[in-house]
Design a protein around this ligand. Sequence first.
Ligand SMILES: Cc1ncc(COP(=O)(O)O)c(C=O)c1O
Length: 404
Amino acid sequence: MAREGPLGDFMQNARIAPLSESAVRALMGPAPGAWMPVLEPGDINWASGYPFPEAVPVDGMNQAWHDMIARERDQAFQYLGARGQGYLRDWLQEYTRDLRSHADGVMLTLGAFQGIDAVVRAVVDPGRSIVVQSPTYMEALEVFQNYTPHVVGVPRENHRFPIDTIRRLMTRQNEAGHPVAAIYWQADFQNPTGITTSLEDRQALVELAAETGVWLIEDAAYRELSFDQALPPLKALSPDVPVIHLGTLSKTVGPGLRIGWAVGPTRVVHAMERMKKDLGHPLGEALVGEWLHATEYAAHLTALRMAYRQRADAMAEALRPLADQGVTFQRALGGYFMWLDLPQPWTGDRISAQLRHHRLSVLSGSHFVLPGDADPRAVRVSFSYAPMRTFPEGARRFSAALRG
Ligand SMILES: Cc1ncc(COP(=O)(O)O)c(C=O)c1O
């Protein structure tokens, strides 16, 4: 049947050997990483969600590399069988012990990102819907849209948890013939807003999942980086609820390692393992296994939490004077990011373009919402990566940009 609109045109152009509808949809969206700012020397980078350079344990990794190669020789370069890989798997079993019931399994993924991709393949059919926080992690939005056109955002509500909105959206999607298969949720220091879901609200979400049988996809990328007491993850709240928990070493060790994991009911973990169809990254796994074997990971995390807390405090302090110009934000309680709500008539796109002239790079809130949704009139700033000495100067540049 002929299709109307841009999707139809696109498919017709590929008359002879057409692409799949999902590939066409992917091509019509922005290119991967199109949101990434181009930085020039002298720019202040508050855009990137990377660990700061000294947070990456380069010396420890150097030692681990030498030790690992000396012992494993060629084995580390084979498809599997390096002892370091075994160390990593043992560590992961232990590290995720509190998250797992007897009916749960755990698997390694190439970062939390591959976990997101694999879990959607395992639990979401194309006609079904995925509910997401709005705003949310833009790359998750891209992945979801590869698999289903029915992705619906739950807008942030300032003073209460949007559980009623979630229920309403679920009913609406069910009635429209696109029943909700999964809710994607970041409960800890969410990317991009930095907000955290309270214990009571976590319980409400878990109860909703138990009652309706939808999957909760818990993206816990920033969970370890709490400045104060950490709340229990969704996965730990009730062993019988369908929760898949995704973790990663990207924010606590280094994203280039591509080491993440998924914890969930054995049935879904097995399905994900079969569908991801790759061997992981044996050399990187052996290296990280070796490093973890020689490292007190809990102490590593304690030092990181202190460092990021200091950064968050310094960024909040630097940004405080912007309140006089109508910018509002909450100091982060963990993670990498703060979300700055802008005064009228600014939008995230307008201020981030203006900030380019002032050599300050931030990410417009518009990158974190679904295509067609309104610009949230906000920007994400990252306190994780730029040198702390740039914070006061960055705030001055922000202030100058607001003055026009
Ligand atoms: C919320 C969230 N999930 C997942 C990821 C990707 O993590 P990984 O590098 O482990 O794939 C990120 C990275 O920015 C993130 O912010």
